[in-house]
Design a protein around this ligand. Structure first.
Ligand code: ATR
Length: 282
């Protein structure tokens, strides 16, 4: 029931047709018996600043932020959580009496998925991140926060991998971090073969173009490794199929979506949604 006391939550992004967030958060609100409501707000690019002012003016409790605004929204906020500041991306905003604070729950969401769903720790790992965009940046901080000892970023455009490596290594000077151009050559093969975890953050294999060559050849993979593909539609990409054939543990990015939402919900309400009922919804 929506009444005078209902607290408003929502999602800023553009476009937004495919997001699961309204479904998940409204389910949690219902299950926990809270007087909140979560709406989808497809904010047009030239109106982002006005939309943030609207959060304050209309006393929203908070919003999630998704593509393409995770970085662009930062200048309009009052405070940043230290992790969001390092990552340079915000996916959750909370409004505390008109003070808007930005958080990044993608990193903790991915970390929970790797640790709880896949059952791996990151401590002392050699990690490979494929891609050099926003999702790759979150993946880099995830493995570094988890205690990885080595991180190699491989990207189609090599310079972007080098720049990403340079921008994260200042926070983790004792970790061996490098960025390289991703080629199907001996050097990249050796790096992938020696990795404990490989996280693919590229859209390769995402619906509708699902019948593609896996971004890493099957023969580069080996048992004992964990392969993470952040794509979850389809649930098993060609990379995950290759990993399964190679006897390698493989997981898609659905858990990251769930756990980042759980962390956001906790920030707004102080309560934890039931992850099992969320899993049934998507
Ligand atoms: P996101 O915010 O989801 O990370 P992004 O910033 O657009 O999205 O980054 C996508 C990443 O996937 C980029 O690193 C991109 O490589 P380039 O830097 O060379 O553009 C990578 N990517 C996209 N399509 C790819 C493909 N077909 N093969 C390899 N890498 C690809």
């Amino acid at each position: 029931m929506i009444d005078n006391k209902t607290k408003i939550l929502g999602l800023f992004g553009y476009p937004l047709e495919h997001s699961f967030s309204p479904l998940l958060h409204n389910q949690a609100i219902k299950e926990l018996g809270l007087n909140y409501a979560y709406f989808s707000f497809p904010v047009k690019p030239d109106l982002l600043k006005d939309a943030v002012s609207g959060l304050r003016a209309l006393n929203f409790r908070g919003v999630n932020v998704t593509i393409p605004y995770k970085e662009k929204i930062i200048p309009y906020l009052d405070e940043l959580d230290s992790l969001a500041e390092k990552v340079g991306a915000v996916n959750t905003i909370v409004n505390n009496d008109g003070i808007l604070k930005g958080y990044n729950t993608d990193v903790i969401g991915l970390k929970r998925m790797i640790e709880e769903d896949a059952g791996y720790t990151l401590q002392g790992y050699r990690a490979v991140v494929i891609g050099a965009g926003g999702a790759a940046r979150a993946a880099c901080f995830t493995v570094l926060q988890g205690g990885a000892k080595e991180l190699t970023i491989l990207n189609r455009t090599g310079e972007k991998a080098v720049l990403l490596a340079e921008s994260v290594e200042k926070y983790y000077p004792s970790v061996d971090i490098k960025g390289l151009s991703f080629q199907l050559d001996k050097e990249c093969r050796k790096i992938v073969e020696n990795a404990n975890i490989v996280i693919d953050t590229t859209p390769v294999g995402m619906s509708p173009a699902i019948e593609v060559e896996p971004i890493i050849p099957e023969k580069w993979l080996n048992p004992g490794q964990l392969i993470v593909d952040l794509v979850y539609n389809p649930p098993i990409t060609t990379l995950l199929k290759a990993a399964q054939k190679a006897g390698t543990a493989a997981i898609n990015g659905k858990g990251m979506l769930l756990y980042q939402g759980i962390e956001a919900f906790k920030i707004w309400t102080g309560l934890e949604p039931n992850v099992e009922s969320w899993k049934k919804l998507i």
